[in-house]
Design a protein around this ligand. Structure first.
Ligand code: NAD
Length: 428
């Protein structure tokens, strides 16, 4: 039986392939294979019933050769240090591929946020910052929201940091609410960024976007705006979206004979990206099992939920019509499935390129906070589009020139940029 790799081993194996191709020396390769440093901590939180519960938190800083570490904080019941390490490494490549002057980091906490009251959530967020505040900061490491964390939580975390530091430091964290030093367009950034890369890939593949249909897994922050953007920017149709249902403890796929109306579905979706099943059925949506999205007869698949969803079990269910997969989620494809996608000639926009829109607008948020001068939505979206478009073509050009798979091409672009900074700084 094939050995199942954990996310960090997958991230290391992907890097190893790029390192071999680039002929990296041993020291450079070894630095990149491991986090620069990592923090593990416990967070005691007074719960609403008066008892203290202890949560486990992490922050991993992978590489800061190109700038301060940058990456989200995930609140998830199954969070592990190896997931956080993998995601921190992928952040290094993500910031490099869109050519923003930041490195890679990631944080986490082992908790199901849906089980906490608002007060408990706020105390946990403040506790997370209390434990790590001396090791993060605008010139060291800048967290942001990710799975299970929200704008409001970023607002509490910024406030706690400012309280501890004794001064106003909005740039310690991004993804804050607009009105509390957040940026216009941050909420939509990742999903719309995915769509900008799909638009460019369609040009490269001679696909007519208005004739294309997509199936999306996930209807959280990324899935919602990918679904909205697929219609708004490309004129295409969304056949289905899927989500986890906390009440029924299972996932469902929602499709509609006229296509998904993502803006309408948003009005019946909670803050965790769960669609209200009864209300969706009343609107004429067909409800199927959670994995139905992957076998839909569509042109484009957009996994926008969890890691490992396109795997040895599911990859052969992908319809022959699928030409393009945009990895909106982090690590949605396992190594075995990746091989099958390559053999079938499906064009994959790899995760750290496809979903780099979020960190790009986070970077814009930092720039605006530093200048204390905020841009309008149009300016943010124009700059996001420019960054995503040039990142896509840098990777596509590498893919064509070197005749390598797009994932390796993205690695080659990013790793080269990081290694150049390491060399220029005299690390190796
Ligand atoms: P989210 O928590 O807002 O939404 C996740 C969605 O996935 C929800 O709709 C949830 O119901 C659904 N889901 C969970 N389990 C599922 C299952 N088994 N089947 C189908 N759907 C399921 O998270 P998000 O912010 O949208 O992030 C989604 C992915 O994108 C993650 O991999 C995340 O790391 C990545 N990502 C997010 C951002 C960002 O800015 N939010 C940026 C880059 C990458």
């Amino acid at each position: 039986m094939a050995k199942v790799l954990n996310p960090f081993q997958i991230a290391q194996a992907q890097l190893d392939e790029a390192a071999k191709y680039l002929g990296l020396d041993e020291a450079t390769h070894e630095i990149l294979r491991w986090p620069m440093r990592e923090f593990w901590f416990t967070i005691p939180v007074r719960m609403d019933d008066g008892k203290v519960k202890v949560f486990h938190g992490f922050r991993v800083q992978h590489n800061d050769a190109r700038g301060p570490c940058k990456g989200g904080i995930r609140f998830a019941a199954n969070e592990t240090i190896d997931t956080v390490r993998a995601l921190a490494m992928w952040m290094t490549w993500k910031c490099a591929v869109v050519d923003i002057p930041l490195g890679g980091g990631k944080g986490g906490c082992v908790v199901d946020p849906a089980q906490l009251s608002e007060g408990e959530k706020e105390r946990l967020c403040r506790g997370w910052v209390d434990r790590i505040w001396k090791n993060i900061g605008p010139l060291a490491d800048v967290p942001a929201p990710d799975v299970g964390t929200t704008k409001q939580m970023m607002g509490w975390m910024m406030d706690e940091y400012c309280r501890l530091a004794g001064r106003f430091v909005p740039n310690v964290i991004t993804g804050k609410p607009v009105g509390a030093c957040g940026s216009q367009g941050r909420t939509e950034a990742t999903g719309f960024g995915v769509i900008f890369t799909i638009r460019e890939a369609m040009k490269a593949l001679n696909m007519r976007s208005a004739d294309c249909v997509a199936a999306i897994q996930g209807f959280g922050n990324v899935g919602q705006y990918a679904a909205i953007g697929f219609k708004k920017f490309l004129g295409g149709n969304v056949a289905c979206v899927s989500c986890w249902d906390y009440k029924d403890k299972t996932a469902y796929t929602y499709s509609h004979p006229d296509g998904v109306d993502a803006e309408l579905l948003q009005t019946i979706t909670d803050q965790y990206g769960t669609i209200d099943k009864e209300k969706a059925e009343a609107l004429g949506y067909i409800v199927e099992p959670g994995d139905a999205w992957i076998s839909k007869d569509v042109d484009v698949l957009i996994p926008a939920a969890l890691e490992g969803q396109i795997n040895a079990d599911t990859v052969n269910r992908i319809s022959p019509r699928v030409k393009l997969i945009a990895e909106a989620a982090n690590g949605p494809t396992t190594t075995e499935a990746d091989r099958v996608l390559q053999e079938r000639g499906i064009y994959v926009i790899p995760d750290f390129l496809a979903n780099a829109g979020g960190v790009t607008v986070s970077y814009f948020e930092q720039v605006q906070g530093t200048y204390n001068f905020y841009w309008d939505l149009e300016e943010v979206q124009k700059r996001l589009d420019d960054k995503m478009t040039s990142a896509f073509w840098a990777v596509h050009k590498m893919h064509e020139e070197k005749k390598v798979y797009t994932r390796l091409a993205a690695y080659l672009v990013s790793v080269k940029r990081v290694v150049e900074a390491m060399k220029l700084r005299g690390w190796v």
